[in-house]
Write a protein that binds this ligand. Structure first.
Ligand SMILES: C[S@@+](CC[C@H](N)C(=O)[O-])C[C@H]1O[C@@H](n2cnc3c(N)ncnc32)[C@H](O)[C@@H]1O
Length: 254
């Protein structure tokens, strides 16, 4: 998977992609990331990349020419030719990023991410260049750099071979529509706070059932909205029914 990130602030990416799992994924060649400075594609003595908004108002708007030139140059496109890979404009007005969207993006071999800044990006980039728009949440950040980091991180860990344990991503929160069960490690007793007995039992079937029920319980308590779309078995539904009727005490299971 190759990510091309277009930004006016390449320095913001220092460190983020040079540590831990992403660093290893880059070193093993599973992932490559190129940070492109949009200013390098601006023309004129002053390499201007933003300008005042037509119609007035505060804030600056990122100019279209350097962004079009950057994407066309990076992808080897002729002027006006449509990109054949995802060219994603990061914007709080885009579709909401989620684990499902991360899985969708992970199927591609190459992704271009355009980071806006200031008041945003000239609308013609959205209409005539980008073929997708993504928001990482209903809040407004100063720029698209952090959203780009979020997307690269979430997508990278789904690429086969990136995580040491290949099954881990299938158990993560949201993958089957539920939040993940809680994790414990040694010591079994820390200041009198004990690890649930079942996890020490060695009984794999009982552990699997406990984890599934914890997953259902957490989702029911914290994100009941997710249950509507989750993949549930008959046993899951019965467990949820018991929770709703108050027959399964939460305390006894946490
Ligand atoms: C200050 S924001 C511009 C917001 C814009 N004026 C609006 O109200 O929609 C500057 C840039 O940050 C990025 N950005 C801000 N919040 C974002 C979010 N929640 N998701 C994705 N990108 C975001 C976008 O690239 C945007 O062009």
């Amino acid at each position: 998977m190759h990510f091309d990130i277009l930004t006016l602030f390449p320095g913001m990416f220092k460190g983020v992609f040079e540590e831990s799992i992403i660093k290893r994924a880059r070193e093993t060649g599973l992932v490559s990331i190129t940070i492109h400075n949009i200013r390098d594609y601006a023309t004129g003595k002053h390499k201007i990349t933003d300008d005042y908004p037509y119609g007035g108002g505060g804030g600056m708007v990122m100019k279209p020419e350097p962004i079009f030139r950057a994407v066309e140059s990076i992808l080897g496109l002729k002027e006006g030719e449509k990109p054949n890979v995802p060219v994603i404009l990061l914007t709080p007005q885009g579709r909401l990023f989620s684990q499902e969207v991360a899985w969708e993006l992970a199927q591609h071999k190459r992704i271009v991410l355009i980071c806006g800044h200031y008041e945003g990006v000239d609308e013609r980039v959205r209409i005539h260049l980008a073929n997708d728009e993504i928001s990482i949440g209903d809040y407004v950040l100063t720029g698209g750099e952090i959203p780009a980091m979020v997307i690269v991180d979430a997508v990278t860990r789904l690429i086969p071979g990136v995580l040491g344990d290949p099954t881990a991503v299938f158990e993560d929160s949201f993958t089957d529509g539920l939040l993940e069960y809680p994790h414990y490690t040694r010591p079994a007793d820390f200041r009198g706070y004990k690890v649930p007995e079942v996890l020490l039992s060695g009984n794999h079937a009982a552990i699997a059932q406990w984890r599934r029920e914890q997953s259902l319980l957490r989702t029911w308590q914290r994100r009941p909205d997710l249950l509507k779309k989750a993949r549930l078995t008959e046993a899951d539904r019965e467990f949820l029914q018991r929770l709703a009727e108050g027959k399964d005490s939460m305390e006894s299971r946490t």
